[in-house]
Design a protein around this ligand. Structure first.
Ligand code: ATP
Ligand code: MG
Length: 138
């Protein structure tokens, strides 16, 4: 079993889609072993997406991620990181495969409904930014 970190983004919470997205996650065989709804501060969003700080969309991304609450989650499965990336679909919803979360729900490349870690190493870093070990109950 391994873990990945997930965010249901503001475009999803704003449209009351957290239950529908969680249903897709669970039907794909990922288990939600920690979850909470939080409002990210600008500093938190900037730190979280720090790898993109030189990109032209960075300001827009931080603005979107702090505009409304998000739901942060730890997901568990065999090969959780690649499995969740597959369930999420491509970053640009126009390129996302049928049945993926982004194909089903995303509004645009920026407002694309979910985040998922891109490596086991980053999953561990991102989980530790939001959860203590005691809050993760497998
Ligand atoms: P995430 O890291 O959120 O799971 P990802 O790994 O599919 O998404 P990244 O390349 O890491 O994609 O980009 C991080 C986020 O930045 C995207 O999910 C999206 O919200 C935003 N983003 C990426 N590219 C663009 C773009 N060209 N224009 C606007 N926003 C973008
Ligand atoms: Mg990414």
């Amino acid at each position: 079993m391994s873990r990945t970190f997930s965010i249901l983004k503001p475009d999803a919470t704003r449209r009351n889609l957290t239950g529908k997205i969680n249903a897709v996650i669970e039907e794909a065989g990922l288990r939600i072993v920690a979850q909470k709804r939080v409002k990210l501060s600008t500093a938190q969003a900037e730190a979280f997406y720090g790898v993109h700080k030189e990109r032209p969309f960075f300001g827009e991304l931080v603005g979107q991620m702090t505009a409304e609450p998000v739901v942060v989650q730890v997901l568990e499965a065999d090969d959780a990181v690649p499995k969740y990336r597959e369930v999420m679909g491509a970053t640009n919803p126009e390129q996302a495969a049928e049945g993926t979360i982004r194909k089903l729900f995303a509004l645009s490349i920026g407002e694309n409904s979910v985040h998922g870690s891109d490596s086991d190493e980053n999953a561990a870093i991102e989980i530790a930014q939001f959860f203590t070990d005691a809050e993760i109950v497998g």
